[in-house]
Design a protein around this ligand. Structure first.
Ligand code: ATP
Ligand code: MG
Length: 406
């Protein structure tokens, strides 16, 4: 590898981003050199992937390491991990491999950004700027074309549903919301659409004064009004806000799909994530909440009846736009102690995630606190954390597509 001489950047206020280029591919190297020969950037040096990159990152102290990664991915992951440990630089990975699993593994190894080749010069510079911002090497307010991380997640709507009862929907919705709020530092609101037996307030350890019932009542009094939702939210100790279900099962609250659509529109304009828990079974309301979701999640246990129920929902919603294409299946072993190798019925969707049976879920419920508050290291809490980060990675992938990167 031909190594360029490090260019000096004056300390402190110099807005120039110093970039270390890491690749063994001459064509990619040429493209990177060209991209960073631009105002606001300088090439701090060049390195081979592996130990050379780690040493040079430590010696040259760049603001950003742009690392080109191809198959086999495992050595690249080790380098990414070592770079993340050895240097405070932003780490941007560029690759022609773009399957979600690879993206997930690279991001878990400590990368700040992932962009898929081929990339234009502007896109390469954007990836560098984003990772510098994410690593704190550049102030967000001074970040030019880069978008702050929170904005990339704005308005995601995650609906958790299953046609069968007791699959773990509410436990998953509540704990996923907590993990999103915690690890993504995002504004998260949970909507409890289980109007008869809503349990999210209990799971978030709160006793709400107001909720969805009062929102609907006041909205009915004022049909022309916007019916803003925020006054009806409850703050919880977990950092997540809640639009609670009625506490009384006899409340006879009738919500329409239009109400659901309006709730989603209002909340997703204010919160990074809106997580909707639904009642068991399939209803118009659950259908509306699934259709409105950017990520509709169907939860099932690995039993035949539960899997068939998933199949039923998928079939019901087929043809309703592209909702079934966005759907993710989560197998929760809430009642099974061992995972199964092959599902006993076809749910009509690929399994995206599995969560194992964890006795801590019941212990947390018994002590009246969410699992991740009861025991952050519990397997269930860890699984939810992984799901939260894969959701964000998926979002970043989506954003790359929006930006027109192939
Ligand atoms: N992975 C798990 N391991 C152990 N227990 C679990 C797991 N997931 C959920 N549970 C337990 O299973 C029970 C049902 O969970 P939950 O109330 O979240 O299901 P649900 O689908 O929302 O039920 P409903 O259909 O009644 O609304 C609870 O007692 C919960 O603590
Ligand atoms: Mg429930």
């Amino acid at each position: 590898m031909v190594t360029g001489r490090p260019e000096r950047s004056s300390a402190g206020a110099d807005p120039t981003l110093r970039v270390l280029l890491v690749t063994s591919d001459p064509e990619v190297l040429e493209a990177l050199r060209r991209s960073f020969r631009a105002p606001g950037f300088s090439v701090a040096g060049e390195a081979w992937p592996g130990i050379d990159a780690v040493r040079r990152a430590a010696a040259l102290r760049p603001d950003v390491v742009m690392m080109h990664v191809e198959e086999p991915i495992v050595p690249a992951l080790r380098t990414a991990q070592a770079l993340a440990d050895a240097s405070k630089a932003g780490l941007a990975i560029i690759s022609s491999v773009d399957d979600l699993e690879t993206v997930r593994r690279v991001m878990n190894a400590g990368a700040h950004d992932f962009a898929t080749l081929p990339l234009s010069d502007d896109e390469l510079r954007d990836a560098a700027t984003r990772s510098a911002t994410a690593a704190g090497r550049r102030a967000v307010s001074n970040s030019g074309p880069a978008t702050p991380q929170r904005a990339s997640t704005a308005g995601r709507v995650i609906t958790v549903a299953s046609a069968r009862g007791g699959t773990g929907k509410s436990t998953i919705a509540a704990n996923l919301a907590i993990e999103l709020a915690r690890t993504r530092q995002a504004g998260v609101v949970v909507v409890d659409l289980d109007l008869l037996f809503g349990s999210v307030a209990m799971m978030l350890d709160t006793l709400p004064d107001l909720g969805i019932q009062e929102w609907k009542r006041d909205r009915a009094k004022n049909p022309g009004g916007a019916g803003a939702v925020s006054p009806y939210l409850t703050e919880t100790r977990t950092g997540v806000r809640l639009l609670a279900a009625p506490t009384d099962p006899d409340a006879e609250l009738e919500l329409t799909p239009t109400d659901v659509a309006d709730l989603v529109t209002d909340l997703s304009s204010t919160y990074d994530y809106v997580v909707i828990d639904t009642a068991a079974g399939y209803s118009e309301l659950a259908g509306a909440a699934l259709e409105r979701a950017t990520l509709p999640i169907l939860v099932s246990t690995p039993e035949i009846g539960s899997l068939r129920a998933v199949h039923y929902i998928v079939e019901r919603l087929r043809g309703h736009g592209d909702v079934t294409e966005r759907m993710a299946l989560l197998i929760n072993y809430s009642r099974a102690f061992n995972t199964v190798r092959e599902l006993p019925a076809d749910p009509g969707l690929d399994v995206r995630w599995e969560i194992r049976h964890d006795v801590q879920v019941l212990r947390a419920a018994a002590s009246g606190v969410p699992v991740s508050v009861h025991k952050a290291g519990a397997m269930f809490a860890r699984s939810l954390r992984e799901i939260a980060s894969s959701i964000e990675e998926q979002e970043q992938g989506g954003r790359r597509r929006v930006l027109g990167v192939i």
